[in-house]
Structure formats: C-alpha cells, structure tokens
Design a protein around this ligand. Structure first.
Ligand code: UDP
Length: 448
C-alpha cells in the first residue's frame, strides 16, 4: 500500500490513571517523533499536565461528571464502566469539533482498550481506530477467554489449580477484581475484547517476555483479520516525564550514599491501598531483615489515614534506622540506581516492565486485576521474583527480604534479571522484535 506523505493527526485517548497515562504518553511521544501530529483527549478527572516535552501536542479535555470519590466507591471495574457511559456523548462532540475543516485531517483514533467508548464515535465518523493494550499479553489473553471460563459463576473450587493452557496461571490469578460482581466484570471484559471494527491492536510488551501468550493472541487476531503489534516496553522507546504526582528527588542523594545492590525499593503503585496492620507488619519485617530500604508511602494509600499519621509510634522507630520514606519517587531513576538490589512491588504492569528493564529482581505482593498474573510470570516464568501470598506478617516479610537481598537465591535471580534486561534492551534497538513491530505499525498508520 502507498504511504501518504503529509503529516497526519492521531487522536489518543488514555484511561485517567497513572498506569495507563504513562504508556499512552510514551506512545504519543514515539509517534510524534515518527512525524505524526498528536491530539490527546483526556477526562477532567485525573488529567495529565504536560511538561515542555509535549509543547507541540494538542491536549483537549472532555467533561464528565464523575466525582473523585467514585473511584474508591465503585472500584476499578465499576468506575471504568461508568466512565465509559459518561464519556460517550462528550467524546463524540469533541471528535466532531476536531474534525471541523480548519483542523488537520485526523487519520486515526488510538484508544486505551479500557476506553472503549471511543470506538462508537470513531466508527460514526468513519475514522480508523486502533486499540492500545497497556497491560501484558497474558492479561489480554485472560480477558479474551474470561467469559467462557467463568460462565456459570466461575470454577471457585478450582482456585488453586493451574488453568489448562494458561501456565503458570491458576484460576485465582485471573484478573478478577474483588470489589466487582462477576456480571460487571463480564460486561466490562465483553466490551474491551470486542475488536470487530478495530484496524489493529498494539500492546506494550516484548516477544522475549511473552512469546506464548503473544502467539495465542496473534492466531486469534489472524482469524479476526486484525494485526497485533507488540511494541514495548515503551518507556525504553520514549523516555518522557509522565508523572501525575510530584516526584521527590532527594531519595537519589540518599541512594548515592549506599553500596551497590544494598537497598530494597518498596512501592505499591498509584492505586493500591494497604491496611494499617499490613504497613506495621511490613515495617517490623523490614527492621528485622537488617536491610536498607526506600519506601514510597503514597498519601491516601493507608486506609483511614491521610498519610502516616494514624500509624502507631513504633512505626517511626522501626523505619528510622535503615529506611527512607517518601510520598512519591522518581521510580525509573530509582530502579536504575546501582544501590537498588530489589523491588518490593504490587506488580502493576508498568512497575514490572520498569524493573525488568533495569534488571532488578522483585518481591511480588499483587493486590488486584492483572497484578496477580504479572506476579506469577515474575516468579514461575522469568524466575526473578518471590511471591508473598496470604496474610502479611513480620516473619513473611523478613524471610522474603532476606531471600532476595542476602541469600544465594536472590543473587541467582539478580543474574537472571540482568540477562533478561539485555534481551529486552535488544528488542527495542534496531532490528529487535519490538523495534521491527513498531516500524511495521508506523508504516501501517501511514497507509491509513
Ligand atoms: N510510580 C512513580 N513513583 C512512585 C510510584 C510509582 O513514578 O513513587 C510510577 C511507576 O514508575 C509506574 C506507575 O507509577 O510507571 C505505576 O504503574 P503500575 O502499572 O506499576 O501500577 P498502577 O499504579 O497502575 O497500579
């Protein structure tokens, strides 16, 4: 097919959450560098404030009437179902405005798979559209079979068993949110996996990480006649600031004072909530492990507390000797720091990719959604993670931290993590699999 030479405008629609905004903005930057003009359509809720790295980009806000508290009340699935209903009309109006004659010609709408409301408007205006999956290929695969597998209320008695053809996932590792009913999860997944009218699907992963899930999906996509492009990890393709919260860089000076691989970094991402007793058990386990730690406690992330003020007084004593606590870290810089020898994480897909990209092994403490599947891959497939399951107590924390930071087992994981890092880096370099996939995708976009 012939490539069209003029600069074409792409409309990008991110989910208003840190873990989705970051890869979408990395994609935006990548495609801008390839010569496309970019418009980002975002909601009022949790919108991204662009830095100077995005001066040439157009940002448009669409109204929606969701109060911030809805997110905590409804949980992620309920919130996204409501958000999709709320945005349908305003996005159509917005796209109509963007298509007025004075605007550049729009060649495609690229939307996060969870913002499926964009599909109806794009189809109505006869615009090609592309689905962007910001989670792993394994999670994508789970969603695509979810309804069949969980019909008739789900095989609850099989929770501990491996799902046939889904190694290493057990039934309990499927992305089922604890806060949502099975009906609403099914409704949500039905909408997200419906790709009938999409021109293609892009996914933020690399084939060296997920070859078997990707070949399953590629076969499925072949039947649908919709190409699938694995183009990640995008944070290694376009490095741009994407944080919604202010990063505290003082921790880098603190890290500079520490020896190589001597500090464990702890962060549960942008959404997970911990109970006070879990925080206390973590603190006492860390103290007992005698390891140095850098711990992100995000404001609002401890239930019933604005920050750390509701924690008992012993908390400060336990963390003051060997720890550095902060509200939000420059995570990529932290993971790249030589002093970091391990990452205690909730295993969000971005945190997982960022740790893999720096060769840092992990302790996995997934909370919900796709995090459980990511943790299983880290432990059983890539073998660079230790999963901590069940009720958290001091002994479990101490044991896991020592295994990763002190013992031979952790050292072996660190070696595997470094070798995987090299493979991932190679995949985004010239002639690497993600690099080639991106080139094919860009070529495809130029033909639209
Ligand atoms: N993050 C950060 N500073 C922090 C904690 C997290 O910049 O102190 C970033 C992290 O680098 C990642 C994102 O927040 O890119 C979290 O996304 P992830 O998919 O890991 O988890 P989610 O927040 O969606 O649960």
């Amino acid at each position: 097919m012939e490539e069209k030479q003029e600069k074409r405008r792409l409309v990008l629609v991110p989910v208003p959450a840190q873990g989705h905004i970051s890869p979408m903005m990395q994609l935006a930057k990548t495609l801008h560098l390839k010569g496309f003009s970019i418009t980002v359509v975002q909601t009022k809720f949790n919108h991204f404030i662009p830095s100077d790295d995005f001066t040439d980009f157009q940002f448009v806000t669409i109204p929606e009437s969701l109060p911030e508290s809805d997110f905590n009340h409804l949980g992620p699935t309920g919130f996204l179902l409501k958000l999709n209903k709320e945005c349908q009309v305003s996005f159509k109006d917005c796209l109509g405005q963007l298509l007025l004659p004075k605007s550049d010609e729009i060649s495609c709408v690229i939307y996060d798979e969870f913002m499926y409301f964009a599909e109806a408007a794009a189809t109505e205006f006869n615009l090609p559209h592309v689905i962007f999956s910001t989670t792993s290929a394994a999670a994508f695969k789970c969603r695509s079979v979810f309804e069949k597998l969980y019909a008739n209320n789900g095989p609850k008695e099989l929770q501990e068993e491996l799902v046939p053809e889904f190694y290493p996932l057990r039934y309990k590792d499927f992305p089922v949110s604890r806060s949502a009913s099975l009906e609403s999860i099914m409704e949500f997944y039905r909408n997200t996996v419906d790709q009938r009218t999409a021109s293609s699907v892009i996914i933020n992963t690399a084939s060296c990480l997920e070859s078997s899930s990707l070949s399953f999906l590629q076969q499925q996509q072949q039947q649908l006649k919709i190409p699938l492009y694995p183009i990640g990890p995008l944070h290694m393709v376009a490095s741009v600031p994407t944080s919604l919260l202010e990063e505290n860089n003082t921790c880098i000076e603190w890290l500079n004072k520490h020896k190589v691989n001597s500090v464990i970094y702890i962060s549960m991402g942008s959404l997970a909530l911990m109970e006070i007793n879990e925080v206390m058990e973590t603190a006492s386990g860390l103290a007992a492990s005698n390891q140095q730690f850098l711990w992100v406690i995000r404001p609002g992330s401890i239930r019933g507390s604005e920050w750390t003020e509701s924690l008992p007084q012993e908390f400060s004593k336990m963390v003051s000797d060997r720890g550095y606590i902060l509200k939000w870290a420059p995570q990529m810089k932290v993971l790249a720091h030589p002093a970091i020898g391990g990452f205690w994480s909730h295993c969000g897909w971005n945190s997982t990719l960022e740790s893999l990209g720096e060769g840092v092994p992990m302790i996995c403490r997934p909370f919900s959604g796709d995090q459980k599947a990511n943790a299983r891959y880290l432990e059983c497939v890539w073998k660079i993670g230790i999963q901590v399951e069940g009720e958290l107590d001091k002994g479990l924390v101490e044991r896991a931290v020592k295994r990763l930071m002190v013992e031979e087992e952790g050292e072996e994981m660190r070696k595997r993590a470094v070798s995987l890092k090299e493979q991932i880096r190679a995949s985004v370099k010239s002639e690497g699999s993600s690099h080639n996939s991106l080139e094919e995708f860009v070529h495809f976009m130029r033909t639209l």
